[in-house]
Design a protein around this ligand. Structure first.
Ligand code: XMP
Length: 533
């Protein structure tokens, strides 16, 4: 395995992902772990190398964080990236100076001398025969004097020491960010480090991980019982399938249907988990309860609070019931927490990681229920969770689904939520999704569902006029929304083919009586958001 010490850069997660993409297991831990911790971590002999990340510090912020000195005494290769390079230089006897100018953006780096890390890796070669790399830089400080034993590995005009190496000790450092896709050869460089220099074995594949994960769950749970809240989303579905594979009937899934799911979603979840996998699933049909509490409420945040709160109440009541009725000790609450949730919520105990959101965690629930938390996906990235789901036999169309918000259609019906609106919206949305799956892009052969990151229909509680036959209609309007994004923080509206839009609007207006107008949302995020509420 590879250890990544996090100095708080926003892109530390990407280092872990790149390493995992090379099929080598990696973990992110905060940079301020102790020397003792490091020695313990390496004691099982499985540690093949250490990567020191960049830092969150900007020109306005000073940081004096250091790597535990023990990192340099383990005898394994170490790679410093950006701030990681600076701290390596500093800690091993070199010199770092505050830059007068912050360097940010693309840079052309000349690879100097022959080092194992950059050997034969280049974007192009100059007429003089120098290998050049197009890289992404973001730093203020820089190394001005290399520590004893190091030789120059890379340089740019404004940063003469942009890379250095002590090949005897297998210490490497680069000032640029190899983990971002802007650095074209970044993947090759990180792969060279973990496979070539650390000689880590590329044995991290989801197919093989199943057996290991199953064994770990069995060991952790013993013969106790587990409860899991199944939402139909990717993470909880894969967690359920994995735990079920491990402990079968010791797992009870609770599926709370709040009446704001997509068309036939509840039946599909039951068919998959109860029908195909033969898992124990309790379906709680709480649609009337939710719709009742939502009556007369139109503020989006109030709606979210009601749905979230009620969800927890219903789940809790059901969990208590299961606890009472089981002869064996119900001791665990399982959740589909995944690695980005852990890192983002600072759960990796990194005080540096910037907390962005934590709406994945039903905070406090395990304590309230007196249950221990079982999180079998907490080491996995989303794409790994999907691969695992496929390896467990879940259908790809379930595992590669677009994200769906917890409050469901509750935030896709603008203003007050009514049963009648939800029914119209469900049918319209189903038509949109069907056609996105049907229509393929000619050049790639991919469906428009796969070419978009999230797509859905929004119900507008306004009526507009139309004609049908000889008469006038006065019916509701829906908006179609389809976006492309890699991180959901920014998003572009998708340029869907007119033929697709035409087909969807024709079908919705003809098949869903009550809707007579369909519009397409052409707003990007920012300033618009993906959802309408
Ligand atoms: P926005 O609308 O903020 O959406 O651009 C970004 C992503 O977050 C999802 N989203 C939610 N997910 N509960 C959720 O579980 C919510 O209340 C919620 N609001 C937005 C949205 O679907 C998109 O993927």
């Amino acid at each position: 395995k590879i250890l990544i010490l996090d100095f708080g850069s926003q892109v530390t997660q990407l280092i872990a992902r790149r390493v995992r993409e090379a099929h080598v297991y990696s973990e992110v831990h905060p940079c301020d772990v102790s020397d003792e911790w490091i020695r313990q971590y390496a004691a099982d002999g499985k540690l093949r190398g250490v990567i020191l990340s960049g830092s969150h510090a900007s020109v306005y912020e000073e940081t004096t964080d250091k790597a535990p000195q023990a990192v340099f005494e383990l005898g394994v290769p170490v790679l410093g990236i950006c701030y990681g390079m600076q701290t390596m230089a500093h800690q091993l006897g070199g010199k770092v100076e505050g830059g007068h100018k912050r360097e940010f953006g693309f840079a052309a780096v000349r690879a100097r001398g022959h080092t194992e890390l950059l050997r034969d890796i280049a974007d192009y070669t100059t007429p003089e025969g120098h290998g050049m790399l197009n890289v992404w830089m973001s730093h203020g400080d820089k190394v001005v004097e290399m520590p004893p034993g190091f030789k120059l590995m890379a340089s740019t005009e404004s940063c003469p020491i942009a890379g250095m190496a002590d090949e005897a000790r297998r210490f490497y450092a680069i000032q640029f960010h190899a983990e971002v896709t802007h650095t074209v050869q970044g993947r090759a460089i990180l792969e060279r480090f973990v496979l070539g220099i650390c000689k880590a074995r590329p044995d991290w594949v989801m197919r093989d991980h199943v057996a290991e994960a199953v064994a770990a769950i069995r060991k952790q749970v013993g013969n106790e019982e587990v409860i899991l809240g199944l939402s139909g989303g990717v993470d909880s579905s894969v967690a359920a399938a994995l735990i079920h594979r491990a402990i079968g009937d010791q797992l009870t899934c609770v599926f709370v249907d709040h009446g704001l799911l997509r068309l036939n979603e509840g039946d599909k979840v039951m068919e998959m988990f109860a029908g195909k996998l033969h898992a124990k699933v309790v379906r709680v049909d709480a649609a009337d309860l939710f719709l009742g509490k939502l009556a007369g409420v139109s503020d989006p945040e109030a709606k979210r609070k009601i749905i979230g709160g009620l969800f927890v109440d219903v789940f809790k009541a059901q969990a208590e019931k299961i606890k009472q009725s089981h002869s064996r000790h119900v001791a665990w609450l399982a959740q589909g927490t995944i690695y980005p949730d852990v890192i983002e919520s600072g759960g990796a105990k990194s005080k540096k990681a910037v907390t962005i959101k934590s709406h994945h965690n039903v905070g406090g629930l395990p304590e309230q229920l007196g249950l221990k938390l079982l999180e079998p996906l907490r080491d996995l990235f989303k794409d790994e969770v999907r691969e695992l789901g496929v390896a467990l036999g879940l259908p790809p169309e379930m595992v590669y689904r677009h994200p769906f918000p917890g409050p469901g259609l509750g935030v896709r019906i603008l203003g007050e939520v009514k049963k009648e609106y939800a029914e119209l919206l469900r049918r319209a949305d189903d038509i949109f999704i069907q056609e996105l799956r049907n229509f393929r892009d000619e050049s790639t052969g991919k469906s428009w569902y796969d070419l978009t990151s999230q797509a859905f229909t929004v119900f507008l509680p306004v009526k507009s006029v139309g004609v049908m036959g000889d008469g006038r209609t006065y019916d509701y309007v829906v908006a179609l929304r389809a976006v492309q994004t890699s991180d959901f923080m920014t998003a572009d509206w998708a340029e869907l083919p007119y033929a697709l839009l035409k087909r969807v609007s024709g079908r919705i207006i003809n098949e869903v009586r009550g809707i007579n107008r369909v519009t397409y949302d052409v707003s990007s995020k920012p300033p618009a958001t993906i959802e309408w509420e």
